[in-house]
Ligand binder design. Structure first.
Ligand SMILES: Nc1ncnc2c1ncn2[C@@H]1O[C@H](COP(=O)(O)OP(=O)(O)O)[C@@H](O)[C@H]1O
Ligand SMILES: O=C(CO)[C@H](O)[C@H](O)COP(=O)(O)O
Length: 431
């Protein structure tokens, strides 16, 4: 059977769609920047545009679609699916008071105990936008709803920071606490990523999608980047050098450490352990244009370290490898030569990456063997060389660096030529 799959990725700064055939070959790809990453109206308009920009002939052949979104970007909507709250982005930490409430309910080391977790955001949204009969959804859940029309469905990956337990495949017992119990009707039903949810609504069909196309449960943007990389051995890792720095290591064992912002996503019978720093390539855009980044990087000599030790946050607050909402950016001293400043930034980001992988292993994750690289920073050779020195294991650019490619693979499931690759994961169900 020939499967044509469409993967759609909503990252921080932009959204992309990639259509693949059964051999994993790219049939079409399209991208749009997001002017307001927290505006659901813009997400919806972008979704329609991305689909319409796929050539009609390819669009009509698409048999499966999966969408990934930024993790813990959430909103409340009414029973018709219309947003009734602002969308809170993954790094939105306004819910400090709700965090204090949740600290009296959730187990002490649980990853929901962060001001940016989906569950803390749900408590905050419920307080400020009370609703009867509404739904709490993640960005990827809501965008998939626009295509299949079914509300109240999420996936293991997006639901992890909501408190869902992917090992037990249920919400934990402490969700019955009197403060959380009233929120239960808002919670999504959670399925394995890649599970077929439904077929396109009439509106989605009017975009040229076949009525038989299947819309699948999605994943998060950095897990989609992991899937895109082709990494599949225990010890393989993928670093996403996007707006934020995200580490994912394929491990036999889950590990968790709230103090270090470390948690584990379920991937079949294995675990994707890691964390996401608030630092990342976005800081580079604060100081350099894309042309300057390319040009100055050519003047960097990775063999001559600058000795600069920055903590390149955009603003106060870090999640991983140390979970410290009060950590301040450190961007001084600044050398006169711009290429040395850039090198210092790249070295500092690489140091954070190294500390992150070290911490995962100290906690008992499977040993790091090699690191693939995804995201907008992946194609910078100087950064790659610097990272290689810090990490001490082979570092390479992922064969496919686009999360949208990974979302398309997720949509394919194991029913096509990707079967061989997926069989090397000891999958039992889902992805
Ligand atoms: N040559 C380069 N060297 C380093 N970083 C780069 C380069 N070109 C682009 N970037 C960075 O890539 C980031 C965008 O990557 P992308 O994966 O699209 O991000 P996201 O989806 O997380 O918003 C920007 O923050 C930009 O600074
Ligand atoms: O920073 C992010 C936004 O781009 C990452 O998506 C995110 O925090 C990583 O989360 P997850 O491990 O759940 O995929």
């Amino acid at each position: 059977m020939t499967i044509t799959a469409l993967g759609i990725d909503f990252g921080t700064s932009g959204a992309r769609a990639i259509a693949l055939n059964a051999k994993g070959e790219i049939l079409a790809s399209t991208r749009r920047t997001l002017a307001q990453p927290d505006n659901p109206q813009e997400w919806a308009a972008t979704l329609w545009e991305l689909i319409q920009e796929i050539p009609l002939k390819v669009r009509q052949q698409i048999q499966r679609i999966a969408i990934d979104g930024t993790s813990a970007t959430v909103l409340l909507c009414n029973p018709d699916g219309d947003p009734i709250s602002p969308a809170l982005l993954y790094n939105d930490d306004r819910a400090q008071e709700s965090l204090k409430v949740l600290a009296g309910i959730a187990p002490a080391n649980h990853l929901v105990l962060s001001a940016t977790s989906s569950l803390v955001k749900l408590l905050w949204l419920w307080e400020h936008y009370p609703t009867a009969g509404g739904y709490f959804l993640h960005q990827a859940d809501w965008l998939a709803f626009l295509l299949h029309g079914q509300l109240g469905i999420s996936d293991w990956h997006n639901a992890l920071k909501l408190g869902y337990d992917p090992a037990a495949e249920t919400y934990p017992d402490w969700f019955y606490h009197p403060i959380l119990a009233p929120l239960q009707p808002l919670l999504p039903k959670v399925v394995a990523p890649g599970t077929v949810i439904g077929t396109p609504t009439r509106i989605a069909q009017s975009l040229g999608l076949s009525s038989e196309c299947q819309i699948c449960a999605g994943t998060t943007d950095s897990i989609a980047a992991f899937l895109a990389s082709g990494a599949h051995h225990v010890g393989d890792a993928v670093t996403s050098l996007g707006s934020t720095l995200v580490l994912k290591l394929l491990s036999n064992r889950p590990v968790q450490d709230r103090a270090a912002g470390i948690y584990s996503h379920r991937l079949g019978d294995l675990w994707l352990v890691g964390g996401a720093s608030n630092c990342g390539a976005a800081i580079l855009g604060q100081f350099f244009t894309p042309t300057e980044l390319e040009h100055l990087s050519r003047h960097i000599n990775p063999q001559q370290p600058t000795g600069l030790d920055y903590y390149p946050l955009l603003r106060r607050g870090e999640r991983f490898p140390v979970n410290d909402p009060h950590l301040e950016p450190r961007l001084e001293p600044r050398p006169a030569e711009p290429h040395l400043f850039l090198q210092g930034l790249l070295e500092s980001l690489s140091r954070i990456e190294q500390q992150g992988y070290q911490r995962l292993q100290t906690l008992g994750a499977s040993p790091l063997q090699r690191v693939w690289t995804a995201g907008g920073g992946a194609h910078n050779p100087a950064w790659l060389a610097i990272r290689q020195q810090f990490l001490g294991v082979p570092v390479a650019i992922s064969p496919q660096t686009e999360a949208a490619y990974g979302a398309a693979l997720l949509a394919c499931g194991s029913t096509n030529s990707l079967q061989n690759r997926q069989q090397s994961y000891p999958f039992t169900s889902g992805c």
